[in-house]
Ligand binder design. Sequence first.
Ligand code: NAD
Length: 228
Amino acid sequence: MKNIVILTGAGISAESGLKTFRDSDGLWEGYNIEDVATPEAWEHNPVRVQQFYNERRKSVLEAKPNAAHYALAALEEKYTVTIITQNIDDLHERAGSTNVVHLHGIITRSQSSVKPELTYPIDGWEIKMGELCELGSQLRAHVVWFGEPVPMIEHAAAICVGADVFMLVGSSLAVYPAAGLIGYVDREVPKYIIDPNIPSVNVKGPVIKIQEKATVGVPALVNELLKD
Ligand code: NAD
């Protein structure tokens, strides 16, 4: 079976009601990124950071996968599919995709604030201040903040090297190192980009630009790929 690798960003979940942050005002749900998504923010005001991610978790739990998430899950009928997502929501999994790499973590789990490898399921939508990991440190959301290492990046790069078909859906490619992954895909491999605002990419070989919303562009492309 051919290997399809799909890199997704916040745009694929936009039509599920989860806001992207670069589309409108450079804020994420009204917050400056530096105030809620950095190690410095956690050090300075852990209560605000915890509350911000608790609110995001609540929205994620209320959201439902959309036609784009479901279409990507259907690709598994005919292909070996790996989704590399920058998203911290779990909508790919809930749509039925079985092989999802979360580059920036997943908001439905908590992690130790001193040892990121220690992660736990969360009961409900909230991590409370005072809830501790097994080492006795405060639990925080299992997400990668700006300025933190991205532990899955080498694994993701190796997956991109093995792609026979590559897709990019709903990402501005403004966040590194994720944005560099497309550079690992072989030059001969077709690279489909689905986004109402196609980001600029500096790669050689075939790039097919589909300037559509995810719920329109992804199911149409998946239909074509399932015919092959
Ligand atoms: P981004 O906000 O930088 O860019 C969003 C992209 O989605 C843009 O290119 C935009 O044109 C496109 N888009 C908007 N509506 C779309 C639609 N209906 N269909 C398809 N594309 C659409 O997002 P990014 O590149 O993923 O980087 C943002 C970072 O923020 C990520 O690292 C991610 O962890 C985090 N984030 C995650 C979520 C989530 O988990 N759902 C939401 C917001 C931000």
